[in-house]
Write a protein that binds this ligand. Structure first.
Ligand SMILES: NC(=O)c1ccc[n+]([C@@H]2O[C@H](COP(=O)([O-])OP(=O)(O)OC[C@H]3O[C@@H](n4cnc5c(N)ncnc54)[C@H](O)[C@@H]3O)[C@@H](O)[C@H]2O)c1
Length: 276
C-alpha cells in the first residue's frame, strides 16, 4: 500500500535539503511529483537524478508569473494537482537586530518575507482551484524558530511565526475542500539554507557549518543523538499532504527533537538527581 497512488504532488523549493527529501519520499510512495525551484544548477542535478519522471520547473516563488506558468505545465502534463508542499526558504544569518544597519532593515524584511511568506501565499492563491477540484491538501514549512527564541534572527523568526498564523487562516478560508497544515522542523541535516542577499550573506549556506559542530550543538540542545535528515521528516509531510489525512487541518506540527522539553534542573539524558 502506497501513500499517494498516483496523486500529483508539487514541492516548492525541492532542489535541496528538506524539499528534495520530501520529493524522493513522495516518489517512493507512488506520487507523480513536480518540483519548483529557483536554482538552475539544482534543476540540472535533479534532471540527472529523476530524468523525466519528475516535472522540473525553474522559477521564483515570489513571481506570480512563474507560479502561473508552473500551474500551466502541471495541467498540461497531468490535468490535476492533489497536494502542494511549500519547503522553500532563506535564512537571515541570525544577525541580531541591533547589528543590522538601519538602512538595511527594510530590504532584509522584504527579502525574508517575500521568499518565506509571500511565496507560500502566492502559491496557495495560484493552485487553489486545482486543489479544490481534487479535494487536495497543502503543507507549509514553519520552524521551531516560531516557538522558541534564537532559532534564527528576528526576521527569520517573524516569517516563521507568520507561516503558523497563515496556516490557521488558510485552513479556515479553504475549508472544507482543502486541508492546510504546517510543519515546524527543528534541525535538518544536509540543508543548504542560504543567507540573505540584503546583508551580503547569500554565499553562506548551512552546509558550510562543520558537521561536528552542528552535531555537538544539536546534542546539547535536544533530547536526541543524531541530526534528523530530510528523509526523516518526509513521512510526516507525506501523511499531512495525502488523502490519509482526513482529520488534521489548521495545525502546525512541531518537530523539535525535544528541544523545548529539556529537563528543568538537569541536562539532557540525566536521571535521578534532585528532581522536584
Ligand atoms: N535547515 C534547518 O535547520 C531548518 C530548520 C527549520 C526549518 N527550516 C525550513 O525548511 C525549509 C527548507 O529549508 P532547507 O533547510 O531544506 O534549505 P535548502 O536551502 O536546502 O532548501 C530550500 C530550497 O528553496 C529554494 N529557494 C530559495 N528561494 C527560492 C525562491 N525564491 N523560489 C523558489 N525556490 C527557492 C532553494 O534554492 C533551496 O533549493 C525552509 O522553509 C527553512 O526555513 C530549515
Amino acid at each position: 500500500m502506497q501513500m499517494f497512488d498516483g496523486d500529483v504532488v508539487l514541492i516548492l523549493g525541492g532542489g535541496s535539503g528538506l524539499g528534495l527529501g520530501i520529493a524522493r519520499h513522495c516518489v517512493s510512495e507512488g506520487a507523480r511529483v513536480a518540483i519548483f525551484e529557483i536554482s538552475e544548477a539544482k534543476i540540472v542535478a535533479l534532471k540527472g537524478e529523476f530524468g523525466d519522471d519528475v516535472l522540473l520547473f525553474r522559477g521564483d516563488v515570489t513571481s506570480p508569473e512563474d507560479l502561473l506558468a508552473c500551474r500551466q505545465a502541471i495541467v498540461e502534463r497531468w490535468g490535476r494537482l492533489d497536494s502542494l508542499i511549500g519547503s522553500q526558504g532563506i535564512f537571515d544569518g541570525q544577525v541580531p537586530l541591533r547589528d543590522v544597519a538601519i538602512e538595511r532593515v527594510p530590504s532584509l524584511f522584504d527579502e525574508l518575507f517575500h521568499v518565506n511568506v509571500l511565496g507560500y501565499i502566492l502559491a496557495c492563491k495560484v493552485f487553489l482551484e486545482l486543489l479544490e477540484e481534487s479535494n487536495g491538501s497543502i503543507v507549509l514549512t514553519a520552524s521551531v524558530a516560531a516557538y522558541a527564541a534564537d532559532g534564527g534572527g528576528l526576521m527569520y523568526t517573524a516569517t516563521k511565526g507568520a507561516v503558523v498564523s497563515a496556516v490557521r487562516q488558510l485552513a479556515f478560508e479553504f475549508s472544507p475542500r482543502v486541508r492546510v497544515n504546517g510543519v515546524a522542523p527543528g534541525a535538518i541535516a544536509d540543508s543548504q539554507l542560504q543567507g540573505p542577499r540584503s546583508l551580503g550573506l547569500e554565499g553562506f549556506k548551512q552546509s558550510d557549518i562543520p558537521k561536528d559542530a552542528m552535531l555537538n550543538t544539536f546534542r546539547k540542545l535536544t533530547l536526541m543523538s543524531e541530526l534528523p535528515t530530510p528523509l526523516d521528516y518526509a513521512p510526516i509531510y507525506a501523511y499531512l499532504a495525502s488523502r490519509y489525512n482526513a482529520v488534521v487541518t489548521g495545525q502546525t506540527v512541531l518537530l523539535e527533537q525535544g528541544a523545548l522539553n529539556r529537563a528543568a534542573l538537569s541536562g539532557p539524558g540525566a536521571t535521578g538527581g534532585i528532581g522536584v
